[in-house]
Write a protein that binds this ligand. Structure first.
Ligand SMILES: Nc1ncnc2c1ncn2[C@@H]1O[C@H](COP(=O)(O)OP(=O)(O)OP(=O)(O)O)[C@@H](O)[C@H]1O
Ligand SMILES: [Zn+2]
Length: 455
């Protein structure tokens, strides 16, 4: 009998090699797929109804089978159900994990993105070794490890108006786990056109929301939000931050709604919006407006009879990770390379960092003056004084008392554009050159200084 230590060491090695093998298989699958796999190339066949469970299935699902509300009939419905998960990020990972564990027959996974280090704190199906891999392959491999009987269909592509309807029609229930307005309208319209219920959630910072659209005569996304919000008012997780456990809570609640819908129990949140505040530990529920008779998608005389150009409709991109705003003309902006050249040539200027203090605590350029965008927005007196002094000092350093230009920087180049707009609107600064640094400090980290932290 080998020593216990030897057994443990061998078990650890087996686990590690299995992990490596699985990673290799995913890289192979990713290479074969070319990332452009067409939705049309995937088999369409619906899952056949299930008449009975096997002995193994009865044992595996025994704890939920004995729930009278679910029972054998509910479990058979789950086994014959196909669910489309749009987005394998913070919400999609926990959602898909619980659907696979509960025995949903087929899971379609759509995502165009690859795993990055900054995903790992909340996108719990992906592991360290999988950075750079397509999220759908990483997720599918993890789900197959969890439950090999569940059929996982990965689509390593963006859901677009060209592919959405065809894809949505192949599934019984759709879960929106995406993170942008164009995709939310696209998924909702496709669900209305295909007649599918949509379980939708979102999470940001310490807060989350959840509802079920287009179920049993309830409203669709457009009934509640007929018009998209202005692009500059939308905050992403990359900008605003999010705690992984918050997306975990919302993803699990989404899984519950999908499971109840697919098993025939019916969802709880059709026509109701659940609001979760993790900092206060509060769950609240508000009633949503009823279906609008004049809704462009699900109303009496719908104008959305085909999927449209949702990026133009929302004025923002569905796939651009940085969600770059275009508030300024090219003349009002400077590239990171040009800024570096200017810095190297010691050209007098003022670099204004407008990120919140919490981000400055993570990293900063030592020569930058820090005034958060929020202080500029409310014309905070102390900040104005500091800025005025910096401008005066710069003037003294510049030739013949000329004003030095101000370059405004933030993390990604969105807040800096808003700050330039504010500074331009101040009459006492209108003789100054004020530009934003395109791409912000993340462009600095990517193109100028590889040791600068990316966050
Ligand atoms: N139109 C779309 N088609 C396919 N996948 C999409 C689409 N829009 C968004 N997604 C995916 O939805 C997921 C949203 O999850 P989440 O916001 O947690 O991830 P993320 O965008 O990687 O995070 P971060 O904003 O921190 O970089 C992402 O993986 C994103 O690629
Ligand atoms: Zn509607």
């Amino acid at each position: 009998m080998a020593a216990r230590e030897e057994v443990l060491a061998l078990q650890a090695e087996v686990a590690q090699r299995e992990e490596e093998l699985s990673s290799l298989k995913q890289r192979l699958a990713a290479a074969l797929s070319t990332g452009q796999e067409s939705a049309r190339s995937v088999p369409v066949s619906p899952l056949p109804p299930r008449a009975a469970l096997s002995r193994e299935e009865i044992r595996r699902y025994s704890r939920q089978l004995v729930l009278p509300e679910l029972g054998m009939q509910g479990q058979l419905r789950l086994a014959a159900a196909a669910v489309l998960v749009v987005g394998c990020g913070g919400l999609g990972c926990p959602l898909a994990q619980y659907l696979a564990a509960a025995g949903v027959g087929r899971l379609g996974l759509v995502d165009y993105d690859v795993v990055e280090a900054s995903n790992l704190a909340r996108q719990v199906l992906h592991g360290e070794a999988l950075a750079g891999q397509a999220k759908v392959f990483s997720a599918a491999a993890a789900l197959r490890r969890l439950n090999s009987a569940v059929e996982c269909v990965p689509y390593a592509q963006a859901l677009t108006p060209a592919t959405a309807l065809d894809l949505v029609r192949r599934y019984d229930v759709v879960a929106d786990c995406s993170d942008n307005a164009p995709t939310r309208y696209l998924v909702s319209d496709a669900c209305v056109l295909a007649g599918r219920p949509l379980v939708s959630a979102s999470a940001l910072r310490f807060e989350g929301q959840l509802t079920v659209y287009h179920y049993g005569g309830g409203p669709c996304y457009r009934c509640v939000f007929p018009r998209p919000p202005p692009a500059e008012t939308v905050t992403s997780c990359a900008d605003g931050g999010v705690l992984g456990a918050v997306t975990g809570v919302l993803g699990c609640l989404q899984a519950l709604e999908v499971l109840k819908t697919a098993a025939g129990l019916g969802p709880s949140y059709s026509g109701r919006l659940l609001l979760f505040d993790a900092l206060r530990g509060d769950f609240r529920c508000i009633r949503l407006r009823r279906r609008r008779p004049d809704c462009a998608a699900c109303g009496e005389r719908p104008t959305v009879t085909d999927l449209q150009d949702y990026e133009s409709f929302c004025g923002s991109s569905a796939t651009d990770k940085c969600r770059s705003l275009r508030l300024l003309s090219p003349e009002e902006r400077i590239s990171i390379m040009d800024y570096k050249r200017l810095l190297d040539s010691r050209s007098p200027h003022l670099l204004l960092d407008v990120r919140p203090q919490v981000e400055v605590d993570i990293c900063r350029l030592p020569h930058a003056l820090h005034i958060p965008l929020k202080s500029l927005e409310r014309r905070d007196a102390e900040s104005l004084k500091v800025l005025g002094e910096a401008i005066r000092e710069g003037k003294q350093g510049a030739q013949e008392g000329a004003s030095v230009p101000i370059y405004v920087i933030c993390k990604l180049g969105n807040d800096s554009q808003k700050a330039v707009k504010i500074l331009q609107s101040w009459a006492d600064l209108d003789s100054l050159t004020v530009k934003d640094v395109v791409g912000g400090l993340m462009a600095w980290a990517a193109k100028i200084d590889g040791t600068f932290p990316q966050y």
